[in-house]
Design a protein around this ligand. Structure first.
Ligand code: CAA
Length: 287
């Protein structure tokens, strides 16, 4: 297969707009899609803001920022991705939604289009089985914030071909990312390790071992991580953390090691989802 030149991104949220940004900065022609014009406008505003910040920090020139912006088109129709060589799906982390999007992508795109998912924990093999081309489907898991974090986790489904793997790996590297290969098992590498750690921090709070602040200070200063686990949970979104814990718990046959902490569930029930709702383990000023 020839080198990828065009990339479609499904979902203009925090992950999707970050992926669109790093793709356009790498020189790809990008089409960003979402279900509403309002979501697209919000996503593009975030790309503009981040590119502006890079210009102010003299990482890129104003001309490079403008050129990157001009390479991103937007659409509310998946049909606009018909001739795109690689589509990266970054929709909400819900199994049924992902399956539906991949069924729609099968119909909307050329049979040659490679389909990648930014899922953080859902089976790539199962996603592939909801398409007409499981050999052209794989996992491409970016970290948040996408423009800053250097890693992309690549995941091979049972049917993923080597050709697909090579093309997607090359695209991630052209975006300046370091790649690692994880097996298609719940949580892959990062979330298999990170989420039980965050969940355990919530258990420590639930059991009254320490306060929110002290748990974070202990881990931040005691293990030299940039954010304590509860700050990081708020940053990721408590609903996302819970969804990933559910996937781990179910996918590992109900192993109690992965039981989501009841307090995490309570926060999600309350709508205290972290930074994005202004309240999680901490409270945040309205944006
Ligand atoms: N978009 C773009 N750039 C951003 C950004 C954003 N949302 N947030 C921060 N930055 C940039 C800043 O501009 C700054 O750039 P320079 O180095 O060029 O100056 C740099 O990142 C550092 O930012 P700040 O100085 O404002 O703040 P900080 O030093 O506190 O860093 C952070 C912020 C990068 C988010 C840092 O706290 C961090 O690395 N936290 C951990 C993040 C993490 O673990 N992410 C992975 C989450 S897990 C995941 O994503 C997978 C999953 O499936 C759940």
């Amino acid at each position: 297969m020839s080198e990828i030149q065009s990339i479609g991104v499904v979902g203009a949220g925090q992950m999707g707009n970050g992926i669109a940004q790093v793709s356009s900065l790498a020189g790809y022609s990008v089409t960003l899609t979402d279900i509403s014009e309002a979501a697209l406008a919000k996503g593009m505003a975030s790309v503009e803001k981040n590119l502006g910040r890079m210009v102010r920090k003299e990482r890129i020139t104003e001309a490079e920022a403008q050129s990157a912006l001009s390479r991103i088109g937007t659409s509310v129709e998946l049909a606009s991705l018909a001739e795109t060589q690689l589509v990266i799906e970054a929709a909400t982390e819900r199994v049924e939604l992902k399956y539906k999007i991949f069924e729609q992508l099968s119909a909307a795109t050329s049979s040659e289009t490679l389909l990648a998912s930014n899922t953080s924990s859902i089976s790539i093999t199962a996603i592939g089985a909801h398409t007409d081309r499981p050999d052209k489907v794989m996992g491409m898991h970016f970290m948040n914030p996408v423009p800053v974090m250097k890693l992309v986790e690549l995941i091979r489904g049972l049917a993923t071909s080597q050709e697909t793997w090579d093309s997607v790996e090359a695209a991630a590297q052209r975006m300046g990312k370091t790649t690692v290969e994880g097996r298609d098992m719940p949580g892959f590498i990062v979330n298999r390790v990170l989420m039980p750690y965050i969940n355990e921090a919530v258990f420590a709070l639930y059991e009254g071992i320490a306060s929110v602040e002290d748990i974070d200070t202990a881990m931040k200063l005691g293990t030299n991580v940039p954010m304590g686990p509860l700050t990081l949970a708020d940053f990721i979104g408590l609903d996302t953390c819970l969804a990933i814990m559910e996937v781990l718990h179910q996918g590992m046959g109900g192993d109690s090691k992965y039981r989501p902490c009841p307090l995490l569930r309570k926060y999600v029930e309350a709508g205290w989802l972290g930074r994005k709702t202004g309240r999680g383990f901490y409270t945040y000023p309205a944006k």
